[in-house]
Design a protein around this ligand. Structure first.
Ligand code: SF4
Length: 1009
């Protein structure tokens, strides 16, 4: 695979500093607390302070944020000076590494979130199987929670909180016992076991101690506190430590900062407690208030500076943010809320839409207007949402309507990625002795095979035919063969060949890699990926940009993340086998960060959560999905194990144990997220919500609507793309044929815009031909159709077919069995059903059970029928008879030899025709015409279980001149050979497979007549 690196955009210089920012940058008189609203220049002041002081270090809450700041200011840093911009965890890690080096121990390692999740999953699975230490199980809590992913999430949270406050498992357990919190006792016991597992995994002695991200901060603080007791090497010392977004600090971060101040650190803490976005990860904006105190936890005796001006956006945008800030209980002095914008202007809109789809269309039109009319690059537009799930949905929706949307950082669950799933599957198939037809179909339908559901159905139909002809043993084995054996794939018709060959090539490559001595997970996956040939294709798409390019970009990210995960898994588990890695990925429910999140991406509108958007700004911001239940999301975050209760207890914040208090706190956190999102726009802010039967806009939306002078509810949404333009011009032209629209459409058609050229307009041009059709062969089953509705016959003959349905598949299975057993007993028939039923590949459950019962019922009726026909019977008899200038070609279910000739019996599994209709049935009649004098009549045998018995419905032997049947046959043939096929509405229209192309039906009205 080739990786193309895009050069980063040139960094913009820092703006000139205001007097307040200059004061912060030049500060040198001890600890300083800087409080200001969003856009008041805190981050600019922080960067200026860092650049000015060679000893300074800047701490920011996230790895992506740190990387972005380094990129922004590296061009302005003094040459050869390392830019000290880090997360608190990175600083903690470096302290522990220094200690380990000083002690002559191996370097410690950071346990990733995914690796921690892996340990917790194994531990809980062991407990669920009754393995592991005895747990103090709280009364009333079902043990089944052990296998619920949500329980694992809650456990991870409470362990993180315990670690932040320096509690180990035993201490958490003791605390639970003391305070009557049985869930904490349980969590403490699990924590003890978890720490033992982590410690065991640190063996052998050559590998360093492992810390998860919560423990590493507390351990580093402890290391600084106890340095002299642990080593004789000099302790680290610190200069100015600038902490941006201090409202996101957890108790563990504060403890680390406190330990650093004891080693010389002078803190500059920049914050706005109204916009904390990491509270769900333990951030406590209350620490902003305590920083000015000088005695307890988080109290540094810091001087305070309040920033009084807002530089981002105009007064209109500032007012919305300031009003929303009133919804949060004030922490620390609230003067910042009165800070004023330095300039007028900005626009705010609140827009209600009638459905999710309308919301996506509306957002697309806002983005297009900003791009096309205001000339803003796509990169300068952002859409902010509340949750990861909605972000992913919206990215998909926007791409579908051709907006180049991309998620900010892709946190992906590897096993669910469409690019990863087929690689895992192919390796599994390569290593398995029993590949199932389900696996084969999944691979063929994945990006590796590339067959769509319709093609898969056609492939099944083709292979079923092969089975009938004896070329394959069963449908299941045939499907498996074409997906894993290159020779079998090569023998397929063109339509399926290359897709199956790709799938088989990938499995084959994985098989060869597995056969190597000591195959590694990464080596085998790489072989499969390489054989897929997708790297080049996706890279080309990605570089071409647009929605498909964005999708290909994501797919490539996912493959890179898979390979990176395999590499680190191999490092953690030397000698591991590919199957073990795949099992691990399949169990991994925790999202993994994409590496691409820190790199440069192609142009596109970024769609991100409020937490991801914190600290950034764009000229145009849309905040989507601000409706009741979504934003604010009122659910308590830790209803079971009480991690927030634990944090409150440790912080001495008693009184927050009632549910109402906890809900109020959650609501406050939701408002902080929303205010942070509102304050990201520098020019235009649009807030959207859906109002339909299930959703109403939330109080947050209402607040913005009041500030915007009312909510808009557009009746129509301008598409503002070429398709929308073509549609509008055609509508104009329809209303006024003399309008200028014709000229504009001609210009667009000249540029190749789809739908602009009248030649593409269905129903507008003249018929391409009215010449008669040359019908030379005729299937008896189609004759009646040509009489009933000539258009349906013509369209079906040209390929307009119904997708395979379960009913049709059951019917063909019954026909197969009946053909095999022309005189079968019920026992024989049911035994055959048992053997063949799995070929239908119905999903297990009630559908399969119902169909099995139905098939049994049909075979029961068939057994009764064959008892009545003891003579010679031929089945599946080919008919190929010339009748003048037309050949009749078909297959008769049963040709029954009776006293006065042969009788055609057609087995039916659908709804019965009346006796009268059977007398003139044209399928039977055409067979009788083909058989000529031998014919002794015909019959339909209905096997449909129901009140009716199995009495066959007969058609009499034709009179010598063929009678009505012969006349109808001639009429049908002449109809087929005419050049025009009119629709004839009839009772069969309701299940006609071509009704969407039929001008006699509403859904097909636009088609030519
Ligand atoms: S919908 Fe009815 S009228 Fe139209 S093609 Fe089908 S059968 Fe004919």
């Amino acid at each position: 695979m080739t990786v193309t690196l895009l050069s980063p955009a040139p960094a913009a210089p820092l703006p000139p500093l205001s007097a307040e920012q200059e004061h912060v940058a030049a500060w040198s008189a001890g600890h300083l607390r800087v409080i200001g609203p969003p856009g008041s220049g805190k981050s600019v002041a922080a960067k200026a302070a860092l650049l000015r002081d060679p000893e300074a270090m800047l701490l920011v809450p996230t790895r992506i944020g740190a990387s972005r700041i380094r990129e922004e200011i590296s061009a302005f840093a003094p040459p050869a000076r390392p830019l000290e911009v880090h997360t608190p965890s990175a600083v903690a890690f470096s302290i522990l590494r220094s200690l380990a080096v000083a002690q002559g121990k191996p370097t410690p390692r950071l346990l990733t979130g995914a690796a921690q999740d892996e340990i917790l999953a194994a531990l809980l699975a062991g407990q669920a199987d009754g393995v592991g230490r005895a747990l103090p199980w709280p009364p009333g809590l079902p043990q089944s929670v052990l296998s619920i992913p949500a329980f694992r999430n809650e456990l991870r949270d409470i362990l993180a909180r315990a670690a932040e406050f320096g509690l180990d498992g035993t201490e958490l357990r003791e605390l639970g016992r003391e305070l009557g919190e049985p869930e904490w006792e349980l969590a403490g016991a699990l924590y003890e076991e978890y720490l033992e597992v982590v410690a065991l995994a640190d063996l052998p002695i050559t590998s360093g101690e492992r810390f998860d991200s919560a423990r590493i901060l507390a351990e580093a603080a402890l290391a600084l506190e106890e340095w002299e007791h642990r080593t004789e090497a000099p302790a680290p010392s610190f200069g100015r430590i600038i902490v941006d977004d201090y409202q996101e600090a957890t108790a563990a971060v504060v403890r680390l900062l406190q330990a650093m101040t004891s080693r010389g650190a002078q803190l500059t803490l920049l914050a706005d407690p109204d916009v904390a976005v990491q509270t769900f990860r333990g951030a406590r904006p209350q620490f902003v208030a305590s920083a000015a105190g000088d005695r307890g936890r988080g109290e540094f005796g810091a001087a305070t500076l309040e920033l009084s001006s807002v530089y981002r956006g105009g007064a209109v945008l500032r007012n919305v943010v300031a009003t929303a800030s009133q919804m949060v209980a004030p922490i620390s002095a609230a003067a910042r809320r009165r800070a004023e914008a330095r300039q007028p202007g900005g626009t705010v809109r609140a827009v209600e839409l009638r459905s999710e789809a309308a919301q996506a269309s509306f957002i697309a039109s806002v983005l297009r207007a900003a791009h096309l009319e205001a000339g803003l690059p796509w990169d300068e537009l952002a859409v902010i949402v509340r949750s990861d799930g909605f972000r992913n949905t919206l990215v998909g929706e926007l791409r579908r309507i051709e907006i180049p949307a991309r998620p900010e950082s892709r946190r992906m669950v590897l096993r669910e990625e469409r690019a990863v799933a087929p690689l895992l599957l192919a390796v599994e198939m390569a290593g398995s002795a029993e590949v199932t037809s389900d696996q084969a179909v999944q691979l063929l339908a994945s990006p590796v095979g590339g067959l769509d559901p319709v093609a898969i159905r056609r492939l099944r139909r083709y292979l079923r035919g092969q089975v009938r002809e004896g070329a394959a043993e069963s449908l299941a084995s045939a499907l498996v063969a074409v997906a894993i054996e290159p020779e079998a794939a090569a023998a397929l018709p063109n339509e399926f060949r290359s897709a199956a060959q790709r799938a088989a090539r990938v499995v084959d490559a994985a098989r060869s890699a597995l056969a190597e001595p000591a195959p590694s997970p990464r080596g085998v996956l790489w072989a499969a990926w390489d054989a897929s040939g997708l790297a080049t294709h996706w890279r080309e798409l990605a570089l071409a940009g647009g929605p498909r390019g964005a999708r290909a970009d994501d797919d490539l990210d996912a493959v890179i993340a898979l390979m990176t995960s395999a590499e680190s898994y191999e490092e953690r588990n030397p000698g591991s086998r590919p199957a073990q890695f795949i099992e691990w990925v399949r169990e991994l429910a925790l999202p993994t960060d994409s590496l691409a999140g820190t790199g440069q991406r192609g142009a596109g509108v970024v769609v991100l959560t409020a937490a991801e958007a914190a600290g950034r700004e764009w000229p145009v911001v849309v905040i989507a999905g601000v409706q009741e239940g979504q934003w604010p999301d009122p659910r308590l975050r830790d209803s079971l194990l009480g991690s927030n209760r634990l944090a409150d207890h440790e912080l001495g914040r008693l009184g927050l144990d009632r549910e109402a208090d906890r809900r109020r706190e959650v609501l406050g956190d939701e408002w902080r997220l929303f205010i942070s999102a509102l304050s990201r726009a520098s020019r235009e802010l649009v807030v959207t919500a859906v109002r339909d039967d299930d959703s109403v806009p939330s109080a947050m939306f209402d607040l913005v609507a009041r500030e915007a002078g009312g909510a808009e509810a557009p009746e129509t949404i301008e598409r503002l793309d070429l398709r929308g333009l073509v549609a509008a011009l055609r509508a104009d032209l329809d209303a006024d044929p003399g309008s200028d629209s014709a000229t504009l459409l001609a210009a667009l058609a000249g540029q190749g815009v789809p739908g602009a050229d009248p030649a593409e307009w269905a129903g507008v041009g003249e018929p391409s031909t009215l010449a008669p059709l040359a019908v030379r062969t005729l299937s008896p089953s189609k004759v009646e159709l040509a009489l009933q509705c000539p258009l349906r016959w013509a369209l079906e003959s040209a390929g307009g077919k119904e997708a395979g349905r379960i009913e049709a598949n059951i019917g063909s299975l019954i026909h197969d069995i009946a053909a095999e057993y022309p005189h079968g007993s019920e026992d024989e028939l049911l035994a055959a059903l048992d053997t063949k039923f799995s070929e239908l590949e119905l999903p297990e459950g009630w559908v399969a059970a119902r169909e099995y019962d139905r098939a049994q019922g049909m075979l029961h009726l068939y057994a009764l029928y064959v008892q009545q026909v003891p003579g010679e019977v031929e089945t599946e008899v080919e008919v190929n008879v010339d009748l003048g200038d037309v050949r009749i070609v078909g297959r008769v279910d049963r040709l029954e030899h009776v006293d006065d000739g042969v009788r055609v019996a057609d087995l039916k599994t659908g709804a019965p025709k009346s006796y009268d209709d059977v007398l003139v049935d044209m399928q039977l009649g055409t067979y009788q015409i083909a058989l000529g004098e031998q014919s002794a009549g015909a019959r339909l045998v209905y096997l449909t279980p129901g009140p009716a018995d199995v009495k066959p419905r007969p058609q009499l032997r034709l009179p010598e001149d063929g009678g009505e049947i012969r006349a109808n046959f001639a009429r049908a043939l002449s109809q087929m050979r005419s050049g025009e096929f009119a629709p004839v509405v009839n009772p069969g229209c309701s299940h006609c497979p071509v009704r969407t192309s039929c001008p006699a039906q509403d859904e097909g009205e636009r088609c030519a007549s």
